[in-house]
Design a protein around this ligand. Sequence first.
Ligand code: FES
Ligand code: FES
Length: 208
Amino acid sequence: MTLGSHSALRGGIHSARLVSHASEPYLGPRAIQTSRRPLRSLSESEGRMKQTIRLTVNGREYSLEVEPRLLLAHLLRDHLDLTGTHIGCETSLCGACTVLVDGRAVKSCTLLAVQAEGRQVTTIEGLAEGAGPDRLHPLQEAFWNEHGLQCGFCTPGMIMTAHQLLQDNAEPSEDEIRHGLEGNLCRCTGYQNIVRAVQSAAAEMRGR
Ligand code: FES
Ligand code: FES
């Protein structure tokens, strides 16, 4: 297991390189604007389109001006610098972007930022909060101990989905774990060690 793997558990893997397209600024109307109106007018127009939202992310309250079309995944990555939330497909297939919204696992590429108004959002960076300094959440520890990751790209989403799974079912069978994680794709591990990691975390969390 490499340093990069450990970093992935906290959401720090080289995500910017893996999804560099996701961090490009949204150009929107300006990119396709062909009128002769001066740029100042365009900026004013964009400003009017923005909407103020308030939400809590990893225990911190934010008030942000966002475009109504902004996805929650992009809000987290591009506005709050929480790049542990990965973007793989943007079509609700891979699960790499999964976060918790009011405690439920949600693919953040399927939710507009404005739909998160008033919600509590938890990302992989916030999962271990309350565990103590330099401590990981039991799921993060278990993925490390059971070698449940290789490149780490799917890992934050896997862990957030597994978190909900264990909230709903403290002692899932192997089949239930595989079923619970079927919306999250991993191209590296073959899933066996991921299943073991969830079983191990479940046992640890039951013993608390
Ligand atoms: S990026 Fe959201 S499901 Fe793939
Ligand atoms: S560890 Fe590489 S995609 Fe899952």
